[in-house]
Design a protein around this ligand. Structure first.
Ligand code: DOR
Ligand code: ZN
Ligand code: ZN
Length: 359
């Protein structure tokens, strides 16, 4: 049987829920799920409770990661209104600033009137990562042009948005973007079956739009899971929160796309490893690789995940390959389904010396 060696994924967009919602996921279960999915490092979002927006909340979250992470990590800073002075102070420690221009889970919605001021206050070196659904993408791009800031558009909502981002880039704007596996492997055709388990922000697209996304994949910088776990009970409740888990399924889904020749093996690692590190200006996780048993296809299971939420919207979807072994800092941290890392073995990703958008 063929075993392939690869660098492992750097998942540039996850919500590990600590502090504030450790009943959905915690740093330990989330980073363990990462390793099980062949993800050697995660970049964690700031929409926690309380949100990560100042020295105090930053310090607490960073020390929790230091104590319990088993994969490497970087943390985003958020902004919740008020004074902008925590931004330049914390910028050197954050992988980027995350701004929410549209309503979603958490309390970090930013009014458009403050956008230019907040952009201007962010000194980098990391980019400003943006949750924006179609209408606000244009505003984000305009503000980026006006302030000269480097922006990264998270989970691009549609192929049309991808085209407007690409055309802004052609005009010289420093803008990069990411697409999620749920916008590539699920569609509105799955919604009747999934119900609230198929609800996230931005929402799933019609099958024809998913097809267009695949055709336009050359314009995409990063594929990131947007791993956003919520419990089954919450999803089945009267006000289901948006979001789906994805850490353990992204690579097997993408491997199936490779096997089907929708994507090359080399391009896959650009999308999930090289570009995330370049865009966020980070050094690769030290002495890391994964081993993949190249076998399949098979259907993803409904159970057996390490994520605390315990479900997957991809159950029944075709996948390929099995993550057999993960090495991090020259140690075997995951092998044959067993987690071998101790809490706290995960390290913060280090900044690369120069942080340019493209080489
Ligand atoms: O579906 C989503 N869930 N979209 C987001 O932007 C936030 C995320 C969450 O934190 O649950
Ligand atoms: Zn978002
Ligand atoms: Zn997200």
């Amino acid at each position: 049987m063929e075993t392939l060696t690869a660098p492992g994924m750097v998942d540039a967009h996850v919500h590990l829920r600590e502090p504030g919602a450790a009943h959905k996921e915690d740093i330990w279960t989330g980073t363990a799920a990462a390793l099980a999915g062949g993800v050697v490092a995660v970049l964690d979002m700031p929409n926690n409770t309380p949100p990560i927006v100042d020295e105090e909340t930053w310090r607490r979250k960073a020390s929790a990661f230091r104590a319990r992470a088993v994969a490497d990590y970087g943390l985003f800073l958020g902004y919740a209104g008020g004074a902008v002075d925590p931004l330049p102070r914390l910028a050197p420690r954050a992988v980027g600033l995350k701004l929410y221009l549209d309503e979603t889970f958490g309390n970090l919605l930013l009014g458009r009137d403050r956008l230019a001021e907040v952009f201007a206050a962010w000194p980098g070196p990391g980019p400003i990562a943006i949750h924006a659904e179609s209408a606000s993408i244009r505003i984000a791009l305009e503000t980026a042009a006006g302030t000269g800031r480097r922006v990264h558009i998270c989970h691009v909502p549609s192929p049309d948005d991808l085209l407007s981002i690409a055309s802004a880039r052609e005009k010289g704007l420093e803008v990069t973007c990411e697409v999620t596996p749920h916008h590539l492997f699920l569609s509105t055709a799955d919604v009747p079956r999934l119900g609230a388990f198929g609800q996230m922000k931005p929402p799933l697209l019609p099958p024809a739009e998913v097809q267009r996304f695949w055709e336009l994949l050359g314009l995409v910088d990063i594929i990131a899971s947007d791993h956003a776990p919520h419990t089954r009970a919450e999803k089945e409740g009267p006000n289901p929160p948006p979001g789906v888990p994805g850490l353990e399924t992204t690579l097997p889904l993408l491997f199936w796309a490779v096997e089907q020749k929708r994507l090359t093996w080399e391009r896959l690692w650009e999308l999930v490893y090289t570009r995330p590190l370049e865009i966020y200006g980070l050094k690769p996780p030290a002495e890391a690789h994964i081993e993949v048993e190249w076998r399949g296809p098979y259907r993803l299971g409904a159970r057996g995940y390490r994520t605390k939420c315990g479900w997957s919207p991809y159950a029944g979807k075709m996948a390929y390959g099995f993550i057999r072994c993960v090495t991090l800092h020259r140690r075997t941290v995951f092998a044959e389904g067993r987690l071998l890392a101790q809490p706290g073995e995960g390290r913060p990703l280090q900044r690369a010396e120069s942080c340019s958008q493209r080489e």
